[in-house]
Ligand binder design. Structure first.
Ligand code: A2P
Length: 271
C-alpha cells in the first residue's frame, strides 16, 4: 500500500484512494457500494454523521470480510451538534467500530475554533487516530492553528482541476495539513469536460480516471463516489498510468477559482 498512501503529519497513513458515500441513502445501496469497494481493493471509506449512513458503512465493512485494521475509516462531526467527543461515541456505535482513523469537523459553523477542544478529546479518548477539518479556508486554518494543542492533519475540500484552490493547497501543505479532495469528479459535472476527454482518449483511459489521477499525482487523497460496481472498479484503476507534465498543466489551467485560498464559494451553513 505504501506508494498508494500518504503519511500524515501525525505519522498515520491515509490511502490516496477512498470511496465517498455522500448522498448514498442508508440501506442496501450503501452497504453494497462499501462492500464492492473493499472487494475491489479500496482500503479507505469516507462517511459523515450528516450523511446518515454510518450503519451501512459498518455493515459493508463487515460483509466484505476485509480485516478492520486494513481499512481507513473517516467520519465527520456534524457541527450543528454541541459535543464532538460524545458524537464520536455515537458514530462508533452506529459504525460498530472501536475507533475511526480520521475524525473531521465537517464545516466551520459557528466559527473555526469552538469544536476543536472536543475533537482533541475524542482523539485522547481513542475514538479517532487522527483529527482534521473540512471546508476550512486559509484564514480559518490560521485561526484554528493559533488555538489548537493538537493541529489538524487533514483539510477536506472540494478539489478538482476546475476547483484547484492553489493558494489553499500551498497554505495547508505549508502547515503540515494534507488537503483531501471531495467530489473530485465535480459531482459528475466534470466528466463531460472536453479537455479531460481529450487527455483520456490520448492515454486510453476514462475521464473519471484522469480526474482522480490528477489528485493522486500531487499526493492528494481523493474520495470519488459511486453506487455502481463497474464505476467503483473503474475509479480504482489509477496506479498503472500517470499524467505527463503537459497533461497536468492543461488540467491545471481549467481552474475557475482563480487559485483561491477559500474553501467554499457559498457557505451553506450561513443560510
Ligand atoms: P453514480 O453514483 O450513479 O455512479 P463526485 O465523486 O465528484 O462527487 O462524483 C460522483 C458522481 O459521479 C455520481 O453522480 C456518480 O454516479 C458519478 N460517477 C462516479 N464515477 C463515475 C464514473 N467512473 N463514470 C461516470 N460517472 C461516475
Amino acid at each position: 500500500m505504501a506508494q498508494n498512501a500518504r503519511t500524515l503529519a501525525d505519522g498515520n497513513e491515509i490511502p490516496l484512494l477512498g470511496l465517498g458515500v455522500w448522498q448514498i441513502p442508508d440501506g442496501r445501496e450503501c452497504v453494497d457500494a462499501v462492500r464492492w469497494a473493499l472487494e475491489l481493493g479500496y482500503r479507505h471509506i469516507d462517511t459523515a454523521q450528516a450523511y446518515g449512513n454510518e450503519r451501512s458503512v459498518g455493515e459493508g465493512l463487515r460483509e466484505s470480510g476485509v480485516p478492520r485494521d486494513e481499512v481507513f475509516v473517516t467520519t465527520k462531526f456534524y457541527p450543528a451538534q454541541k459535543d464532538p467527543a460524545a458524537e464520536a461515541e455515537r458514530s462508533l456505535e452506529r459504525l460498530g467500530l472501536g475507533h475511526v482513523d480520521l475524525y473531521i469537523v465537517h464545516w466551520p459553523q459557528g466559527g473555526p475554533t469552538w469544536a476543536w477542544p472536543g475533537m482533541e478529546r475524542a482523539r485522547e479518548l481513542g475514538h479517532a487516530r487522527s483529527i482534521g477539518i473540512s471546508n476550512f479556508g486559509a484564514a480559518q486554518v490560521d485561526e484554528l492553528l493559533s488555538a489548537a494543542s493538537v493541529p489538524p492533519v487533514v483539510n477536506q475540500v472540494q478539489l478538482s482541476p476546475y476547483e484547484y484552490r492553489r493558494a489553499l493547497l500551498d497554505h495547508c501543505e505549508g502547515h503540515g495539513i494534507a488537503l483531501e479532495a471531495y467530489s473530485p469528479l465535480g459531482t459528475g459535472r466534470h466528466l463531460s469536460s472536453g479537455t479531460v476527454a481529450e487527455i483520456a482518449a490520448r492515454l486510453g483511459r476514462t475521464p473519471a480516471q484522469v480526474l482522480i489521477r490528477w489528485c493522486i499525482e500531487r499526493g492528494i487523497p481523493a474520495i470519488p463516489k459511486s453506487t455502481h460496481r463497474e464505476r467503483i472498479a473503474e475509479n480504482a484503476q489509477l496506479f498503472d498510468f500517470s499524467l505527463t507534465a503537459a497533461d497536468l498543466a492543461e488540467l491545471d489551467a481549467l481552474d475557475r477559482t482563480g487559485g483561491t485560498d477559500v474553501a467554499v464559494e457559498r457557505p451553506w451553513w450561513r443560510g
